[in-house]
Design a binder for this molecule. Structure first.
Ligand SMILES: [Zn+2]
Length: 142
C-alpha cells in the first residue's frame, strides 16, 4: 500500500518550510504512530523512520523499517520513497492547501496511521524572524 503525506501549516513571517536538507534528506527522521491491521492496536510511542536505515523484507526487497506488533507479534515493513516532496510555500499554506512531503509504502501488518513532527525543520523567514512554536503543522494523506 502506498500513500503520500501532505503538510500545511499556520506560518508567521515564514516564506518556506521544509526538512533541514530537503524532503529527501537521508538522515531526516519521520515519526509515525503505527496500527496493527490484525489486532487493531496502535503503538503508544512514535516510530522513527529514516531513508538511511535499510532492512530487508522476506523476499529481499529493501525497506527502511521493520516493526512487530507488541501485542500479537505480527510484522510489518515500511519504506520512504524519495522524489515526491516539495517545500511548503507561504501561498500554499495561506490557501489551506497541502504540499506533498514524502511517499510511504508499507507491507505486512503495521500500518502508519499518524505522522508527528519531530525536530530538524528549516524555515526561511521573510524578515529576521525565527521558526516559532506557534507555527502549527497539519498532515493528511493525499
Ligand atoms: Zn497486532
Amino acid at each position: 500500500m502506498k500513500f503520500l503525506i501532505g503538510i500545511t501549516a499556520d506560518l508567521t513571517n515564514i516564506k518556506t518550510l521544509q526538512p533541514q536538507l530537503g524532503c529527501d534528506d537521508t538522515n531526516f527522521s519521520y515519526f509515525f504512530k503505527m496500527k496493527c491491521v490484525d489486532c487493531r492496536q496502535v503503538t503508544t510511542k512514535d516510530t522513527c523512520v529514516r531513508l538511511s536505515e535499510k532492512v530487508e523484507d522476506y523476499d529481499g526487497s529493501v525497506f527502511n523499517l521493520t516493526q512487530k506488533c507488541v501485542y500479537c507479534r505480527k510484522k510489518g515493513f515500511l519504506k520512504l520513497i524519495p522524489g515526491h516532496g516539495r517545500p511548503l510555500l507561504l501561498a500554499t499554506a495561506e490557501s489551506r492547501m497541502y504540499t506533498p512531503l514524502m511517499m510511504i509504502e508499507y507491507r505486512g501488518y503495521m500500518e502508519p496511521v499518524d505522522f508527528s513532527f519531530g525536530p530538524g525543520w528549516k524555515a526561511v523567514s521573510m524578515t529576521q524572524g525565527m521558526y516559532r512554536a506557534e507555527n502549527r503543522l497539519y498532515t493528511r494523506l493525499l
